[in-house]
Design a binder for this molecule. Structure first.
Ligand SMILES: NC(=O)c1ccc[n+]([C@@H]2O[C@H](COP(=O)([O-])OP(=O)(O)OC[C@H]3O[C@@H](n4cnc5c(N)ncnc54)[C@H](OP(=O)(O)O)[C@@H]3O)[C@@H](O)[C@H]2O)c1
Length: 345
């Protein structure tokens, strides 16, 4: 069985970690795509801190790289929302290249961006590619919670609470989290037409869909998280004054036709010294259930899931296939190509 060939799409914080993990699992990196003059024309190994060159030169010509490199899969870590992510996903789908992406909305975009998702689904089905959004949410906010739901007889309420450190990621994320803005600028952004869907909404949509329930109503509220004292954002290399924004907290709630309520409070902000990641889920019903796995290092679990999903995505039927429809995520002890089903490679 041949090794899997991957294209790295976006050469930032997450794909620097993912590149090492892919090489460790015998994946051949055949292309790297980025945007800035600082990166285009350089060797991927130099840019990702591997300490050695890979002979893969970063290009900004995504279409040519996908068409000519023979990539089986693109590993996308570029942006968060479907209005932006559609460019990279369309390039992959049109080239017939499977894709895993970290774009948060792509986790379950059928309700928040139905037209774009249907368009990508149709192209991918035509060219034989599979497109999937994954990352930290895949297991920790959706599939592990869905498994716990499977151990209940009756569910009244599912409540989740999670937090992550903006500075574990690159500038794209810190910009999205409005780090460094004044509260007034934040409120303008929040009330503006360009406020994109919350990451929590897509998580809850996936949980509702996985349980075969129907959304009746949705509410989302967002509050800025504000620096109590001067802070520094490593991701943006920016000093944030006391009183300015270090991120925000979304609270999403979905009421279902069947009566089950889902609530998720998610905070992404620059951490102070005493902050740590949180991932707590609670089910009220018969019986009451609790799952708490705080201090999950979300930066690493983002990348492990991004890469460990690759065999599942290559094995899956073509189309836009959301992660709750894929098999349970498994530990990959061996080269990723050894997990491909006959006919999928
Ligand atoms: N689902 C999850 O669990 C999860 C977790 C972490 C991050 N994310 C998301 O993943 C994305 C990437 O995160 P990150 O921390 O790696 O961000 P980052 O360090 O800012 O990296 C983003 C990369 O994308 C490149 N890029 C931007 N636009 C491009 C385009 N049109 N074509 C090609 N490359 C382009 C940038 O290129 P240049 O540097 O060359 O300009 C940069 O290298 C963010 O949107 C973040 O929210 C999701």
């Amino acid at each position: 069985m041949n090794r899997i060939k991957a294209a790295i799409y976006g050469v930032g914080a997450m794909n620097s970690i993912a590149t090492r993990m892919l090489l460790d699992k015998d994946v051949e990196i055949v292309a790297a795509i980025s945007r800035s003059k600082d990166k285009v024309g350089k060797d991927l190994g130099d840019l990702t801190g591997l300490g050695r060159q890979l002979g893969v030169i970063v290009t900004d010509d995504a279409k040519a790289a996908l068409a000519e490199s023979g990539a089986d899969v693109a590993v996308i870590a570029v942006n968060s929302y479907m209005t932006d992510a559609v460019e990279q996903l369309r390039n992959c789908a049109e080239a017939g290249v499977n894709a895993v992406t970290l774009s948060e909305e792509a986790l379950y975009p059928w309700n928040t961006s139905p037209e774009l998702t249907a368009e990508l689904d149709a192209i991918a089905k035509r060219t034989g590619a599979t497109l999937t959004g994954t990352g930290h949410q895949d297991t920790y906010w959706v599939n592990i919670v869905a498994m716990m739901m499977g151990t209940a007889h009756r569910i009244d309420h599912v409540t989740g609470r999670a937090s992550w450190n903006v500075d574990d990621y690159g500038p794209e994320v810190a910009g999205d989290q409005q780090v460094g803005k004044t509260v007034e600028q934040f409120n303008q952004w929040l009330s503006g037409a360009e406020r994109p869907p919350t990451f929590g909404r897509n998580v809850l949509d996936a949980l509702v869909a996985d349980a075969g329930l129907t959304v009746k109503s949705i509410t989302s509220t967002t509050r800025p998280d504000v620096a109590a004292e001067p802070m520094h954002s490593q991701a943006l290399n920016l000093d944030v004054a006391a009183g300015d924004v270090i991120g925000f907290t979304d609270i999403d709630e979905i009421q279902t036709e069947e009566g089950v309520v889902f609530t998720f409070e998610m905070s992404g902000r620059v951490y102070g010294e005493t902050d740590g990641d949180i991932n707590d889920w609670e089910i009220k019903g018969e019986p009451d259930l609790v799952l708490s796995n705080g201090n999950v290092p979300t930066q690493i679990t983002t990348c492990t899931q991004l890469v460990n999903r690759i065999p599942d995505v290559i094995n899956a039927d073509p189309g836009f296939v959301t992660m709750e429809k894929l098999p349970r995520l498994k530990y990959r002890a061996f080269g990723f190509h050894t997990y491909l089903e006959a006919g999928a490679e």
